[in-house]
Write a protein that binds this ligand. Structure first.
Ligand code: AMP
Ligand code: GLY
Length: 429
C-alpha cells in the first residue's frame, strides 16, 4: 500500500520510521518531510493548505492511506476533503478537530457532559474578560481560544499579570487565536499525557507519556512545544487509565458522535492528576511531539495496520496495540535562542549513535551538509529497562552528537527517576 504522510517535524519522522517497518507498506511519501524523513520516504513538495493539490497527488499515486501529522491541516479541514474523495485518512475532520482548535468548544462540551476539568468562563472582549477574572482566585489561567503554537496559555500569579495577559490577548499578540479567551481555574497536580486511537466509536488506549514543557532544567523558563518526554508514565496507573476512559475520553467520543461529527484519529488528553482525581487540561487531536517519538520506540504492533483500521472504522475488530515493557525517553536538542528566535544554519554531525534512535525535526540540507532549520532540531530517543536506563542511553548519544549551536535539558525524566530512587530506598529500608 502507498501512504502519504503530511508534516515535517520530529513526530512525523518517528511516524515515518515506524510506518517504514510495516510489511504492508509499498511506498511512503512525505509532504513536505525533512532530511531525516527522506531516509524512509520520498519527499514531495505539497502544500497541506492546498487541499486540491493533496487530493490530486493521492489519486495519481494510488494512496491507500493519508496520515495527517500536525494540527493545523486538521483544524483546516484537510481530512474532510480527503474523505469526501474516498481516500482513507488518519486524523479527525474539521468539526471534531475543534477539540484542539477551540479551547472554548472543548470547555463547553465538558460542561454539557460533566467531564471533569477546570472551572472556566469565556469572553470575546476585554471588559467581559476582566469581569470574568473576578470570579477566580490567583493564580488564574488565561488562554487564547484558537491555535497558538503552544504559546496561547498565560498562568497569572498576580492581578497585574492577569491584566497584562488580557492586554496581550486582545491587542492581537496571539492573532485571531486571541480574539476569544477562556479564563480558568488553576489546577494543582502532576501532568500526564494519555493517548487513544478512536474510530468514531471504539476507543483503544495507546499509552501514556510525560512531557517537559519548560525550556530549562528543573522546569524553569518559558514554555516550549516540549523539550523531552518519556513513556510510559508509571504514575498513570491502570486504575487511573480506566477512570479517565470512563469519565473523560469515552464521554467526549460519545458526545461528538451524537452531534453527528464522530472523531477519527488519535486523541491526546492532557491531564492534571489533582487531589480530587484526574481532570482534563486540554485535548489535542494529533500525536504529541516529542511524546510520539517515545511512543513509537515502544510500539511493537504494526502502525500501518492500526492507522488503517482506525481510518476505516474497524478498530473494534483490531487487536489492541502492543507496547514493549521497556521505557523510552527522548531528549530534544534545540537551536540556541529557542523558544524565542532560534539560531539558523548551525552545523550538525555525528547522528550515527549506537543505542539511540535520532529523529530529525528542524533540519535542512545545505550544500550537502545537515544544518539546523527550526527551534526544535533533533529528538534523541532511547529505550531501557526503566526510565533511568533509557535516560543514560539517550544522553550518551546526545554527548556524541556534534551540534555546537544547539542545547538541551539535562534532566529529562527527572520525576520518574526520583520515583525510581524512592522505590529503591523503600526496598532497602
Ligand atoms: P497548552 O498550551 O494548552 O498545552 O497549555 C500549556 C500548559 O499550561 C499545560 O501543559 C499546563 O502545564 C498549563 N495549564 C493549562 N491550563 C492549566 C490549568 N487550568 N491549571 C494549571 N495549569 C494549566
Ligand atoms: N508536546 C506537547 C504537544 O505536542 O502538544
Amino acid at each position: 500500500m502507498n501512504v502519504l504522510l503530511i508534516g515535517s517535524g520530529g513526530r512525523e519522522h518517528a511516524l515515518a520510521w515506524k510506518l517504514a517497518q510495516s510489511p504492508r507498506l509499498t511506498k511512503l511519501y512525505a509532504a513536505p518531510g525533512n532530511p531525516g524523513i527522506s531516509e524512509h520516504a520520498e519527499l514531495v513538495p505539497l502544500d497541506a493548505a492546498d487541499h486540491r493539490a493533496v487530493i490530486d497527488f493521492c489519486r495519481r499515486h494510488a494512496i491507500g492511506l493519508a496520515v495527517i501529522g500536525p494540527e493545523a491541516p486538521l483544524v483546516d479541514g484537510l481530512a474532510d476533503n480527503l474523505r469526501a474523495m474516498g481516500i482513507p485518512t488518519f486524523g479527525p475532520n474539521k468539526f471534531p478537530a475543534q477539540l484542539e482548535g477551540s479551547k472554548g468548544f472543548t470547555k463547553d462540551l465538558c460542561a454539557r457532559h460533566d467531564i471533569p476539568t477546570a472551572r472556566y468562563a469565556r469572553a470575546t472582549d476585554r471588559l467581559a474578560a476582566e469581569t470574568a477574572l473576578e470570579e477566580f482566585s490567583l493564580p488564574v489561567v488565561i488562554k487564547a481560544d484558537g491555535l497558538a503554537a503552544g504559546k496561547g496559555v498565560i498562568i497569572a500569579e498576580t492581578a497585574e499579570d492577569a491584566n497584562a495577559g488580557l492586554d496581550a490577548m486582545f491587542a492581537g499578540g496571539f492573532g485571531a487565536a486571541g480574539e476569544s479567551v477562556v479564563v480558568e481555574e488553576y489546577m494543582e497536580g502532576e501532568e500526564v499525557s494519555f493517548f487513544a486511537l478512536v474510530d468514531g466509536e471504539t476507543v483503544l488506549p495507546f499509552g501514556s507519556a510525560q512531557d517537559h514543557k519548560r525550556v530549562g532544567d528543573g522546569d524553569t523558563g518559558p514554555n516550549t512545544g516540549g523539550m523531552g518526554a518519556y513513556s510510559p508514565a508509571r504514575i498513570f496507573t491502570p486504575a487511573l487509565e480506566e477512570q479517565v476512559l470512563a469519565e473523560i475520553v469515552r464521554p467526549t467520543v460519545h458526545a461528538l458522535a451524537e452531534m453527528g461529527h464522530p472523531f477519527s484519529g488519535i486523541l491526546y488528553a492532557g491531564l492534571m492528576l489533582t487531589e480530587a482525581g484526574p481532570r482534563l487540561v486540554e485535548y489535542n487531536v494529533r500525536f504529541g511531539d516529542p511524546e510520539c517519538q517515545a511512543l513509537m520506540l515502544r510500539l511493537d504492533s504494526d502502525l500501518l495496520d492500526l492507522m488503517l483500521a482506525c481510518a476505516k472504522g474497524e478498530l473494534a475488530e483490531a487487536a489492541a496495540p502492543r507496547f514493549s515493557g521497556d521505557a523510552a525517553l527522548v531528549v530534544v536538542m534545540a537551536a540556541k535562542g529557542y523558544p524565542g528566535t532560534p539560531k539558523k544554519d548551525g552545523a550538525i554531525a555525528g547522528l550515527e549513535q549506537k543505542g539511540a534512535t535520532i529523529f530529525q525535526a528542524g533540519t535542512a540540507r545545505k550544500g550537502g551538509k545537515l544544518v539546523a532549520d527550526g527551534g526544535r532540531v533533533l529528538g534523541v530517543a532511547a529505550r531501557g529497562k526503566d526510565v533511568a536506563a533509557a535516560q543514560r542511553a539517550a544522553y550518551r548519544a546526545v554527548d556524541g552528537i556534534h551540534f555546537p549551536s544547539g542545547f538541551c535539558r539535562r534532566d529529562i525524566g527527572w520525576r520518574e527517576i526520583a520515583r525510581l530512587r524512592a522505590d529503591a530506598r523503600g526496598r532497602k529500608g
